[in-house]
Design a protein around this ligand. Structure first.
Ligand SMILES: Nc1nc2c(ncn2[C@@H]2O[C@H](COP(=O)(O)OP(=O)(O)OP(=O)(O)O)[C@@H](O)[C@H]2O)c(=O)[nH]1
Ligand SMILES: [Mg+2]
Length: 251
């Protein structure tokens, strides 16, 4: 079972334009500092936050309890001009867990509801004995030599974005999620998707848009450990220790 948390800034839309539109640079600073802050706090408990759209972030939070969520929420409220609400859900697949987390929070009112403030809506949490996170770290082969050092930066970005779209489209059908984590890297919480399934997706993308990918997969009780194993598995592929395009490491 995987546990996911939706973190949503309360009434952010109206706040960004009240009393008049706030400087975009300041909103960008607020959003990136909030993301870094949440990442630091959830990571301290073994969780992993994805910036997603900054005003709504999704995190894998196996092992992060209700008290931890409340403490993080309160700390943000004490130090920022905004507050955050959270929804928590648990399920067999990441897609289903975030669906439940979203639905739990949506019950308390919308993202632009003036009354909704610092809600913690828990639909479900994962017990330690059934805690399981599978994360794939997916990466483009040789992007530096083939794109970064050859074509304009914006064009490379466009291609990375296109790869993201293709991956998202194929992974969602399997109940898996996909997040851009910077550079040519993506992370996919993908409980329930076997290595053959990931390989099939990678092969299809190579065929469809001629971009070669590889994936390190980690399996562990927490997001922190699963992501770390996924990174190590990716290094095994890079180091030529395996000829497979998908390499799995378990705790
Ligand atoms: N967030 C994150 N970014 C990374 C990581 N590894 C590399 N990057 C970023 O991705 C860029 C490309 O790095 P690589 O993927 O190692 O380079 P490459 O040329 O594609 O080489 P191979 O992937 O080994 O084929 C780097 O410049 C970094 O910005 C990682 O583990 N996490
Ligand atoms: Mg790469």
């Amino acid at each position: 079972m995987i546990q996911m948390t939706l973190i949503q800034i309360d009434n952010y839309g109206p706040w960004t334009v009240t009393p008049c539109p706030r400087a975009e640079a300041d909103l960008q600073i607020l959003q990136s500092e909030l993301y870094a802050d949440l990442q630091r706090q959830f990571a301290a408990k073994g969780g992993l936050v994805f910036f997603t759209r900054f005003d709504n972030m999704l995190a894998v939070t196996n092992g992060v309890g209700a008290e931890d969520h409340l403490r993080i929420q309160k700390s943000i409220g004490n130090r920022y001009p905004i507050t955050v609400s959270m929804g928590v859900g648990a399920a067999e697949t990441p897609y289903e867990a975030q669906r439940k987390a979203s639905a739990a929070l949506q019950k308390y009112g919308g993202a632009q509801n003036e009354e909704r403030k610092e809600i913690l809506a828990i639909e479900g949490m994962v017990n330690p004995d059934e805690s399981f996170v599978q994360i794939a770290h997916i990466d483009i082969n040789g992007i530096t030599d083939s794109l970064t050092d050859i074509i304009p930066a914006y064009d490379t970005s466009f291609i990375v974005n296109r790869v993201q779209h293709f991956l998202m489209k194929k992974l969602i059908e399997k109940g898996s999620l996909l997040f851009f984590i910077g550079g040519d890297n993506f992370m996919s919480p993908c409980n329930g998707l076997d290595p053959e399934g990931i390989l099939k997706i990678i092969e299809e993308i190579e065929e469809e848009i001629n971009i070669a990918l590889k994936a390190g997969v980690g399996k562990a009780p927490s997001a922190e450990k699963a992501a770390n194993l996924a990174d190590l598995a990716l290094e095994e592929i890079r180091g030529g220790f395996t000829y497979k395009l998908v390499h799995v490491m378990k705790e």
